[in-house]
Design a binder for this molecule. Structure first.
Ligand SMILES: [Zn+2]
Length: 149
């Protein structure tokens, strides 16, 4: 067992800092996201990803925490991303929802995913497909619009 011997499928665990559920991540994902030299000395353990944007924890295991400032994407992007494969930020998608242009972004993501052109396991710090995040954000937006009519 341990790092590299499993794909993300362990049941979620609570983040030690924000206490929200974190999803398991594969070693492949972590190696691509944690900065050097920290990525060379990761303990052999099951790691989980904390997706709360307000939490400073990125990955956690029983033995250790990796913080968001220790991630390459954190240093690269100054804003919250939705799709790490094609660089769509949350702000961008929010604007597209307002402008009625969300469908074309979604079509592009869906098309690319179907053609296996996305690389979520490596590019997304959660190691998971971003598609669910698009739908969640759209749902929140639509609810907000309904409530303001
Ligand atoms: Zn957390």
């Amino acid at each position: 067992m341990g790092c590299c011997s499993h794909s993300p499928k362990t049941s979620p665990k609570d983040c030690p800092v924000c206490k929200k559920k974190g999803m398991s991540v594969s070693c492949r994902t972590m190696l691509h996201h944690v900065i050097s030299p920290e990525n060379q000395s990761l303990p052999h353990d099951f790691f989980f990803f904390c997706g709360q944007s307000t939490c400073k924890v990125a990955y956690f295991s029983k033995q250790t925490n990796i913080f968001k400032h220790q991630l390459r994407v954190f240093q690269e992007h100054q804003e919250d991303m939705l799709c790490y494969c094609f660089g769509v930020s949350k702000k961008q998608f929010q604007q597209a929802l307002k402008d009625g242009k969300a469908e074309s972004i979604k079509d592009f993501i869906l098309e690319s995913t179907k053609k296996s052109l996305c690389t979520c396991e490596v590019r997304n710090p959660s190691g998971r497909c971003c598609w669910g995040e698009f739908l969640k954000m759209e749902e929140v937006y639509e609810k907000g619009v309904e409530n303001h009519v």
